[in-house]
Design a protein around this ligand. Structure first.
Ligand SMILES: CC(=O)N[C@H]1[C@@H](OP(=O)(O)OP(=O)(O)OC[C@H]2O[C@@H](n3ccc(=O)[nH]c3=O)[C@H](O)[C@@H]2O)O[C@H](CO)[C@@H](O)[C@@H]1O
Ligand SMILES: C=C(OP(=O)(O)O)C(=O)O
Length: 416
């Protein structure tokens, strides 16, 4: 199993290009199932999850051809409507094939995603939404079987805000008969990026980016070209890493408008931030101040940045409370941070972090994607060597992380 070894103590300095967003790329790749024509995608990140999704779509009959900077997905030969357990277990976003398959082919068989490290993560809202649109759904032998002659538009209220739930139903509704209204929908920028792509394919969608999304179903969608939006979580991760190490970096090809709460928290921590066009510059002088964080659906503070801010708080001046309201078990990194000398108490969904003067390198284990990112940040700050085991989690969501950090001056290497 591959590991990362980091010699901490070097402030990050320099420039780094931000990749396309994993959480926009995965649903948008699934949108290729909605048309027989070609969907051309640029700025797809080179990530393990993107590779898995490509393989899954290819198994279904999608042709995926790489050209310079682009992958062209063509769905005129789709003849297999199954997402097997092996694929779904490594990448939950595979559930996003469900809506498009039922909408276009009237048939889908998708493995139920299991619970994972950060929580139980059920998909009941995806299923209820499709049922409200007229799909017959049976759960058998761990698979969701969905059938529908043609989905019908419906008014659907989400009890809990769900990002992939909103995306799945938006894709299904794009080809349904009639109007679908999604209420209490997710407002995440990745939902908007998917809606932009679907509109380019001929879908009639309005209200994306608000909590009410209206979709007027059409008979057919057509091919389009779409550039995947920048990854706000990768952006935030690099900014926190720079702030924690007392560095100064400039992100390129990113967007500040989708990072507002994260930039506010970094400013509160003492960082100086300058935005110009598609760049964000961060400078940190001195020790960061501890900052309270409470996760909630967009536009509030993102759960996918919680662990990274926990790492920042571990070496900040003062104490801070970190409250996780989205996932019931997203504090797996706490135990590992303690191995580096962090002082953290957890009660329920609240962690109280007391900033320590220093962290000390140790061997730690990555438990999920953002927990891994938090351990990388802690390792960059800690004195001596930190070895992070099970970094396959990191490769799901960060493109070439060790070369990007190396370019910023970090002493980091992959042990194969
Ligand atoms: C591929 C992708 O985009 N992943 C993101 C997406 O995950 P994902 O879309 O899986 O997360 P959701 O927004 O659906 O989950 C939010 C909450 O709703 C619950 N829930 C969700 C669906 C459902 O049918 N029933 C239910 O109870 C979940 O258990 C969780 O407690 O949004 C999360 C929350 O911002 C992010 O952390 C993930 O990075
Ligand atoms: C939880 C995440 O991803 P996924 O939903 O793909 O597991 C994440 O990106 O932090």
């Amino acid at each position: 199993m591959q590991k990362l070894a980091i010699q901490g103590g070097t402030p990050l300095r320099g420039d780094v290009r931000i990749s396309g967003a994993k959480n926009a790329a995965l649903p948008i790749m699934c949108a290729s199932l909605l048309t027989a024509d070609t969907l051309r995608l640029t700025n797809l990140p080179d990530l393990h999850d993107v590779g898995t999704m490509r393989k899954l779509l290819q198994q279904m009959g999608i042709a995926a051809e790489s050209a310079t900077n682009e992958i062209a997905f063509t769905g005129d030969k789709v003849d297999n409507w199954e997402a097997p357990y092996d694929m779904v277990k490594t990448m939950r976003a595979a559930i996003l094939v469900l809506g498009p398959l039922v909408a276009r082919f009237g048939d889908a068989k998708v493995s139920l995603p299991g619970g994972c490290a950060i929580g139980s993560r059920p998909v009941d809202l995806h299923i209820k939404g499709l049922q409200a649109m007229g799909a017959e759904i049976a759960i058998e032998h761990g698979y969701i079987h969905a059938k529908a002659a043609r989905l019908k538009g419906a008014r659907i209220f989400f009890d809990i805000v769900s990002v992939t739930g909103t995306e799945n139903l938006m894709m299904a509704a794009a080809l349904a008969d009639g109007v679908t209204v999604l209420e209490n929908a997710a407002r995440e920028p990745e939902v908007v990026d998917l809606a932009n792509c679907l509109r380019a394919m001929g879908a009639q969608i309005s209200g994306d980016g608000t909590d009410t999304v209206t979709i007027v179903g059409v008979e057919k969608l057509h091919g389009a070209a779409h550039r995947i939006m920048p990854d706000r979580i990768e952006s935030g991760t690099f900014l926190v890493a720079a702030a924690a190490t007392g560095g100064s970096i400039t992100l390129h090809e990113t967007r500040a408008d989708i990072l507002e709460t994260v930039l506010e928290k970094l400013t509160e921590a003492g960082a100086r931030i300058k935005v110009a066009g598609d760049t964000i510059r961060l400078e940190m002088h001195g020790r960061p101040k501890a900052v309270n964080v409470r996760t909630a659906p967009h536009p509030a503070f993102p759960t996918d940045m919680q662990a990274q801010f926990m790492a920042l708080n571990c070496i900040a001046a003062g104490s801070a409370m970190v409250v996780e309201t989205i996932f019931e078990n997203r504090f797996m990194h706490v135990q590992e941070l303690r191995r580096l000398g962090a002082q953290i108490d957890v009660e329920g969904n609240t962690a109280v972090v007391r900033g320590a003067d220093r962290l000390e390198g140790a061997t730690v284990m990555a438990t999920d994607l953002r927990a891994s990112a938090c351990l990388v940040i802690a390792g960059l700050v800690a004195q001596g060597e930190t070895v992070i085991d099970r970094i396959y989690h990191l490769d799901r969501g960060y493109e070439h992380i060790e070369s990007k950090l190396g370019q910023l001056g970090a002493n980091i290497r992959r042990i194969k």
